[in-house]
Design a protein around this ligand. Structure first.
Ligand code: MN
Length: 363
């Protein structure tokens, strides 16, 4: 019982799914999708969400997808793999996040209709390997960021206690802080592969300690990270000082500014990252703004000259073999992208994360 999370999936055309789910909600999706077994009540934590802003649930709904529907439950050593979605948004007191991100998870779910069962590039077969379910949203408090963080932390304690590995759809990057509180409680200080345009290590944002530019400073202060096993990839943009990443380096982080990524494959970098991470637990946090806004404009703090989607995939595939204990994909803001491609890219990156989790088979 080990894996949990994120991100279910079903076969359908994108258009079909959109029409179907917008009009009917997730239950008909399950009825039409017989592979979507509902999990036993005692195997998945309840999300407690009563807020429907992230519906419809396209990523498979609350159903469970995995070896059991293929009749192989008794033969396959299963991780319990269920799904989780968390979100935050522009919350009073949350600082700088300029636009609502509340519809990010929903749009990612919508675009996930294009995802299929196998990774044709790597031959990964996640749904034959581990059990996967979308278990909904954390019911955050839109008027109180401290309380929101507490709710997220408590929810992830429950998820992790169930033996799940959460893949999280954000939501702004603030959520990494309470998630990592829960993760570190269970696993101890973790290594971190942080893909982002920004270091997110500010002490304050507009005077606030908790904001989407501060989560990893808070994590360090609370001893949640194994600082020698932290890498930040893709950093760029104008800063508040000449060396915006000085603090990161002083902690022992490896900083890979975007200039070191330009014009090249990141596969060699990831070989070094794997050796940096070793066998210990690792969390992967992927801010969609790491990608160039030409590919992923739907985010609140875009910076030019970013990573390509190819490099994003190389980073994630390069995490294969690590002891991943959780992943997130954050900062998708559909309001800034009329094409839907940002969320589509996010959905695919989440699928790539799913494919590199421990115990996923490669056929
Ligand atoms: Mn970020």
């Amino acid at each position: 019982m080990r894996i949990f999370s994120c991100f279910g999936w079903r076969k359908s055309s994108r258009q079909d799914l959109e029409v179907q789910s917008w009009s009917r909600g997730y239950r008909p999706v399950l009825e039409r999708n017989p592979v979507g077994h509902l999990p036993a009540p005692d195997t998945l934590p309840e999300t407690g969400s009563t807020n429907n802003t992230s519906f419809p649930r396209h990523l498979g709904g609350p159903g469970l997808r995995g070896p059991q529907q293929q009749g192989s439950l008794s033969r396959v050593p299963l991780g319990q793999f269920c799904g989780w979605v968390s979100r935050t948004e522009r919350i009073p007191g949350s600082g700088l996040c300029p636009v609502p991100l509340r519809f990010g998870p929903r749009q990612i779910r919508v675009e996930s209709a294009m995802l299929r069962a196998y990774n044709s590039g790597t031959r990964a077969a996640p749904y034959q390997s581990i059990r996967v379910a979308d278990i909904g949203d954390v019911n955050v408090n839109l008027y109180d960021l401290q309380d929101t963080c507490r709710r997220i932390r408590d929810a992830y304690r429950t998820i992790l206690a169930a033996g799940c590995t959460p893949l999280t759809l954000g939501g702004d990057h603030t959520i990494a802080y309470p998630i990592l509180q829960a993760v570190a409680e269970r696993h101890g200080p973790v290594g971190l592969v942080h893909v982002d345009a920004h270091a997110d290590t500010s002490d304050l944002l507009l005077g606030e300690k908790i904001a989407h530019g501060t989560p990893f400073r808070r994590c360090v202060e609370e001893g949640l990270l194994d600082r020698e096993r932290v890498v930040q990839i893709g950093l760029r943009g104008s800063g508040y000082s000449a060396d915006a990443y000085e603090w990161s380096r002083a902690q022992g982080f490896r900083v890979v500014p975007v200039e070191e990524c330009w014009y090249r494959s990141l596969t060699p970098l990831m070989a070094e990252v794997r050796s940096q991470m070793g066998a210990g637990p690792v969390y992967l946090s992927f801010d969609i703004d790491a990608l160039d806004p030409g590919f992923a404009p739907g985010t609140g703090t875009p910076e030019i000259a970013g990573l390509t989607p190819i490099q994003g995939v190389e980073i994630i595939r390069g995490c294969r073999g690590l002891s991943l204990v959780g992943c997130d994909l954050v900062e998708v803001s559909p309001a800034y992208d009329t094409t839907g491609n940002t969320a589509l890219t996010g959905a695919n990156l989440l699928f790539e994360m799913l494919c590199v989790l421990p115990n996923v088979k490669y056929l």
